[in-house]
Design a protein around this ligand. Structure first.
Ligand SMILES: [Zn+2]
Length: 355
């Protein structure tokens, strides 16, 4: 049985997360190794996990050599990754949310392709193929952003999915999108903008989460480069509570650019309804670091198929077998993610949830 969650289950999880001030890590994956290491971390820590595919990460998953002019390899990569998760999640015994990351207006053919596959999957199995898709229309006007998002929210709601939108701009550089020079006011969303999105999206359905910018940056830079202001999230929640007379923390927020963030800012944001924190760059580094350490430790056994300190004809097969060195990358990812669960106050949460 697949343990991939639909929106009703994700909603239950997000409510539990907000009530208990924790968030789940969302890992950008590029290979089955990264997926397996993430599932292993979730299993070890006893909590659900969010697996997400970026546009170019999806294309990489299907294979770099494939033509992606019409988004076909990004579509098939994300779809095959999601299907893989439906198959394997039960073996790990962990609840999984599958998201797709930043899709700007020009990447809508990618989203449309995934929805088409998602509709067929829903028809056949009665459950969604993906838990959510993200739209990032932060280059557009707020009005345009929300109008187009509403159209997609309607489609996703029919599939028991949810939608992640972006308000304001995440700085830095990721997945070929360079926002390193964006003017700093755009990095901080206004409460009025969040309230507008909340009110408009709710006219369609409640199946949405919001990535509001509070100084977030993709990538890891030297300290002091990022000035996170989680109070923006607090102010937005309070503004909405007052305006629409809701319960506290009505919005489920997403924290982009979690890599390299200070613990105190992460902890503070958890008070204001953050339920998901994206972690990509630190996982990329962990993957490489595991392999790098393995290489340094075994360098003398990795220079040729034969010949090492034990003898000039001594075979090195058991050192260069990819299952050995890729495994070191996986272990390193697992350990970094276990850290992330601790930082997000979300270790050992399965027992408080009946999903
Ligand atoms: Zn992001």
């Amino acid at each position: 049985m697949s343990l991939v969650l639909n929106y009703p289950k994700a909603k239950k999880l997000f409510q539990h997360a907000k009530a208990n001030h924790y968030a789940l890590p969302a890992v950008n994956v590029t290979t089955s190794n990264v997926i397996n290491a993430s599932l292993e971390a979730a299993k070890t820590t006893g909590s659900p996990i969010i697996i997400q595919f970026s546009n170019s990460g999806s294309a990489f998953f299907a294979g770099k050599s494939l033509d992606n002019k019409q988004q076909q390899s990004s579509i098939i990569g994300a779809v095959s990754g999601a299907k893989y998760l439906h198959e394997v999640s039960d073996a790990y015994g962990v609840p999984v949310l599958i998201n797709t990351d930043h899709a700007a207006m020009k990447l809508l053919p990618w989203v449309d392709g995934m929805i088409k596959h998602g509709e067929a999957f829903y028809k056949a199995h009665g459950v969604p193929l993906f838990t959510s898709h993200m739209l990032d229309f932060s280059e557009e006007t707020l009005h345009e952003n929300i109008e187009v998002s509403k159209r997609y929210l309607e489609k996703l709601t029919k599939l028991d999915m949810f939608l992640e939108i972006e308000l304001g701009v995440t700085g830095g550089e990721e997945d070929g999108v360079d926002n390193t020079d964006v003017e700093s006011s755009k990095l901080y969303t206004q409460p009025e903008e969040v309230a507008y999105a909340y009110e408009e999206l709710l006219k369609v359905s409640e199946n949405f989460v919001i990535a509001a910018s509070f100084g977030n940056v993709h990538g890891v830079y030297k300290p002091g480069n990022v000035k996170l202001e989680p109070a923006i999230l607090k102010n937005s929640q309070e503004y909405i509570v007052k305006k629409f007379k809701t319960d506290s923390n009505p919005v489920s927020f997403v924290f982009h650019g979690g890599s390299g963030s200070e613990q105190e800012k992460i902890t503070e944001s958890l008070q204001y309804g953050v339920v998901k924190m994206n972690i990509d760059t630190d996982i990329q580094w962990a993957y490489w670091e595991g392999i790098h350490k393995y290489y340094n430790k075994n360098e003398a056994y990795l220079q040729g198929q034969l010949g090492n300190p034990d003898g000039s004809d001594s075979p090195n097969k058991k050192y260069y077998d990819p299952r050995v060195w890729l495994r070191e990358g996986e272990v390193s990812i697992r350990e970094r993610l276990i850290e992330a669960y601790k930082a997000l106050n979300s270790a050992d949460r399965n027992k408080g949830l009946s999903l």
